[in-house]
Design a protein around this ligand. Structure first.
Ligand code: ADP
Length: 401
């Protein structure tokens, strides 16, 4: 038995879960927000249901990490820090360097810093989190788990854009894909649920949250995915536009007197459900308004669903068929409207949804099928758990050491 911490460090926030492995029991989880600002808020909840919430000033990630660890001791979750034998850190961009999780060395940290060119805010914050934990628990194995790593199996035909080849060679412009930790977890859980070897399955994993991406998984490997060079490509998301004609960029720059960076900011933060509905980026709000007949919300919901459906279609064709379509993340796990909309009309592919199961709220926390017995394709809901996947990877790396 050992204790492993899964960490997701942002520029001003830090989320963690402490697991007992191999049982995967969550001993404690928590969140610190507003790091580096006045009134940082720390909240921790333990397995026994003990809660601790406090507002205090935390100047940086080092202080935030020390505070988390002090609380874990005072809440009796651990007696001493060396009980935590490993920490696993979500790192957004692993470029072409990392095709799997990596034991963090000085060299690996340098590489993560270098890859910040592709994801400036994220990788820097992720590296800061790693350094803070290394300093606080020097005895623990530190592992970096990359959002892009699972997609490194994509063939050139999936990851290359149709632009001059030298831009790929010289600048690394290609599709990297994101949400890899989630898609990887989903592929394994799907195989377990279906009692089949993952290598024998063609899976379409739909991770639909605020950020959303779909992954075609064949032979247990990512064959294609909808996010690209950045997480902006692909589906319509909460505030992100997903695909559009790049010629819109210079046109908008001129019409609205914006810089290129400002246009991309609009595509990242003011588009998607929010942009079309002009109401909310939250699917619940948009669904309610759509049901009340508010036209732009109806449109936002329809476009959101259409993009999911067309990507499912594309990936089913690409894989020469599909055995399981899996919905996960905030929207995927909770929105019956989106699931039934995305599956509607796919009868010609042998996909048949059981609407009563789709609407049912039973067994919400576990993997379940929502397709009919006659359906040739299983439609599943599987709650994603990126933190468990991170903790599992830490154990794997520890065993390889
Ligand atoms: P993130 O990408 O930030 O991790 P999540 O996976 O938490 O996002 O998903 C957030 C989205 O899930 C929001 O758009 C929210 O509206 C949606 N969501 C959460 N609960 C429900 C629900 N019960 N019904 C429909 N949508 C929901």
């Amino acid at each position: 038995m050992q204790k492993i911490m899964a960490v997701n460090a942002g520029s001003s926030s830090l989320k963690f879960q402490l697991f007992e492995m191999p049982s995967e029991t969550v001993l404690a989880k928590g969140l610190i927000e507003r790091i580096g600002l006045k009134d940082s808020v720390i909240s921790i909840k333990t397995k026994e249901g003990k809660k601790h919430e406090q507002t205090l000033d935390l100047a940086d990630h080092d202080q935030a990490v020390k505070m988390i660890l002090e609380f874990l001791i005072s809440l009796d979750v651990v007696k001493s820090l060396d009980e935590i034998t490993g920490t696993g850190h979500r790192v957004v961009h692993g470029g072409e360097t990392f095709a799997s999780s990596a034991l963090v060395t000085e060299e690996v940290l340098k590489e993560i810093d270098k890859l910040a060119a592709f994801a400036p805010l994220h990788n820097k914050a992720n590296a800061t989190g790693i350094r803070s934990f290394q300093e606080a628990i020097p005895t623990a194995t530190t592992v970096a788990v990359f959002d892009t790593a699972f997609h490194q199996t994509m063939p050139e035909t999936s990851f290359l854009y149709s632009i001059p080849f030298r831009y790929y060679k010289e600048h690394g412009i290609r599709k990297y894909g994101f949400h890899g930790t989630s898609h990887n977890y989903i592929s394994k859980e799907t195989a377990t649920f279906m009692k089949q070897d993952v290598k024998d399955l063609r899976i379409i994993s739909c991770h639909i949250g605020n950020g959303a991406s779909i992954c075609a998984i064949k032979d247990g490997k990512s064959l294609d995915t909808s996010m690209g060079f950045t997480p902006l490509e692909g589906l319509t998301m909460g505030t992100r536009s997903g695909n559009l004609d790049p010629a819109v960029v210079p046109y908008l720059m001129e019409k609205e007197n914006l810089t290129a960076a400002e246009v991309i900011d609009v595509f990242n933060k003011q588009s998607g459900l929010l942009g079309i509905s002009e109401l909310s980026s939250d699917l619940r709000d948009v669904t309610t308004a759509a049901q009340e007949g508010v036209h732009q919300s109806e449109l936002a919901l329809s476009i959101f669903i259409k993009r999911i459906k067309e990507t499912i279609g594309a990936y089913a064709v690409e894989m020469g068929g599909v055995d399981a379509i899996v919905f996960t993340a905030g929207v995927g796990e909770n929105s019956a409207v989106v699931r039934s909309g995305a599956i509607e009309g796919l009868g010609f592919m042998g996909v048949e949804l059981d609407e009563a199961l789709n609407q049912s709220n039973e067994n919400r926390d576990s993997a379940r099928s929502i397709s009919t017995d006659a359906s040739k394709v299983q439609v599943l809901i599987i709650p994603t758990d990126e933190e468990v996947e991170i903790a599992r990877d830490v154990v794997t790396v520890q065993n390889e050491k």
